[in-house]
Design a protein around this ligand. Structure first.
Ligand code: URP
Ligand code: ZN
Ligand code: ZN
Length: 466
């Protein structure tokens, strides 16, 4: 069974050219002119891009006294409708569990539900001597990247000794350490003081997590990684101070070792969104929080000049009115105090459209850079390139036929994310997927769903190397 995608313009991280594309089975077989196949997909007037890869998601994750609202079916379907064909989710180590047990828990969540391909990181919360010894086995598990949290005191946070030990082990075994860089001790104190003073509204979530505490933790993690000789990937970077720390590190020779992502939502919101009418601001509660407009501009500059190499989502949706209709609880858990609002925002469906509409169309990033930030760099950094992240013979046929003229109005009523709100209600996108294929299988075509639960596969990723 073969498919031809005809009449489109192929866009990769490095090239833009008109050509037809032949898919045989699950892979791209040829690129050229006059190719023949069993079925034809028309790409006239459209771009053909490698499917988006979102390396920072939290599907079906127990967190903040509840669970994120998208599972491995609804999250995958939403991703596909937005042009994303692979993601890497965080498996979070329960205290006392081995890393294998942790990853197995997440395999069980995905099994039978998945529609796009997926990988896992492991988030280490309990680094016993045994777990330290087990870290190199993560290569065999196909999970060569691990996140440590420098925040969420008493829940997920690790101390500097733990972080440094993990980094030294990673340096020996081609593992990539990822950090949530905020100073959790200082945040914990500021949070307790705000609560004691009766400052309980959602905006205090942002005001108790100032940008300096992210910049400080980012610089600290970088310095620890440099001493350990470990590669480091800073997740969800939000502000100019933290970006400066990454820039300085890369300038002093860490360009091959120090990497950072931001997430799409950080380009569009500020902490003032947490101060919306009533409890509305809870929808925008995530960590690190949204910052200032000047930080948004710094982030656009950062993705343009390669100080930031990846744009992911940190998709971690919680219902706004979860308790209603028998759904799992959500943001309303924090009506009495911001400190109880589950941290996290949606975005897996919107990322590619937002960056196309507000990045490519405005000239902030080029078409090729858009592909690089959302697909090629994620694949390279996380050990699945050139199987993923590129259009070339032999690569998986994870492809999006992207119509640059298609208009889509974002709305909670029409989205596929399993959620009663979107941060982007009423925003008009210009440019959206016409067709989405995962390993040659059509998932989305002209707004219709063709996917089948259980058809996505786990991607066993290679150890870190560039
Ligand atoms: O608020 C967030 N980001 N929730 C998900 C967990 C994390 O820190 O990535
Ligand atoms: Zn985090
Ligand atoms: Zn996250």
């Amino acid at each position: 069974m073969s498919t031809i995608i005809r009449g489109g313009t192929i866009v990769t991280a490095s090239d833009t050219f008109a050509a037809d594309l032949l898919i045989e089975g699950e892979q791209v077989a040829a690129i050229g002119k006059g190719l023949q196949g069993d079925t034809v997909l028309d790409a006239t007037g459209a771009y053909i891009i490698p499917g988006g890869i979102d390396v920072h998601t939290h599907l079906d994750m127990p967190f903040g006294g509840t669970c994120s609202s998208d599972d491995f079916f609804t999250g995958h379907r939403a991703a596909a409708f937005g042009g994303t064909t692979m993601h890497i989710d965080f498996s979070i180590q329960p205290k006392g569990a081995t890393l294998r047990e942790t990853i197995e828990l997440w395999h069980a969540r995905a099994r039978g539900n998945s529609v796009i391909d997926y990988g896992f990181h492991v988030a280490i919360t309990d680094l016993t001597d045994q777990v330290l010894q087990e870290m190199p086995n993560c290569i065999q598990y196909g999970v060569p990247s691990m996140k440590l949290f420098m925040a969420y005191k008493g829940v997920l946070q690790v101390d500097d000794t733990t972080l440094f030990r993990a980094m030294r082990q990673a340096a020996q075994h081609q593992l990539l350490i990822m950090v949530h860089a905020e100073n959790g001790d200082a945040i914990d104190l500021l949070t307790k003081e705000a609560v004691a003073a009766g400052n309980l509204a959602p905006k205090y979530h942002a005001l108790t997590r100032p940008p300096e505490l992210e910049a400080e933790a980012t610089a600290r993690a970088i310095r620890l990684a440099e001493v350990a000789g470990a590669p480091l990937y800073v997740v969800h970077l939000t502000n100019s101070g933290a970006l400066e720390a990454v820039r300085l590190a890369r300038a002093r020779g860490g360009a091959g070792q120090i990497f950072a992502e931001t997430c799409a939502n950080y380009f569009f919101f500020t902490w003032h969104d947490l101060d919306r009418e009533g409890f509305e601001g809870a929808k925008w509660v995530c960590s690190p929080p949204f910052r200032e407009q000047a930080d948004q501009e710094a982030l656009w500059q950062g993705v343009a000049d390669n100080s930031l190499q990846v744009v992911s989502t940190d998709h971690c949706p919680f219902w706004f009115e979860g308790g209603r209709d028998g759904r799992i609880a959500g943001k309303e858990l924090g009506r009495a105090s911001f400190a109880q609002i589950p941290n996290g925002c949606p975005g897996i469906e919107e990322r590619m459209m937002l960056l196309f509409t507000h990045g490519v169309r405005t000239g902030k990033i080029t078409l090729n850079r858009w592909v690089e930030l959302t697909s090629t760099n994620p694949a390279k950094l996380f050990g699945c390139y050139p199987r993923k992240g590129v259009i070339a013979p032999g690569a998986d046929a994870d492809l999006v036929i992207w119509d640059p003229t298609l208009r889509r109005k974002l709305s909670a009523a029409t989205q596929y994310q399993n959620l009663d709100y979107t941060l982007y209600e009423g925003w008009e996108m210009v440019g959206a997927p016409r067709s989405v294929l995962s390993r040659g299988r059509l998932l989305v075509h002209d707004g219709q769903w063709h996917g089948e639960a259980g058809s996505g596969q786990f991607v066993h990723r290679r150890p870190f190397s560039l």
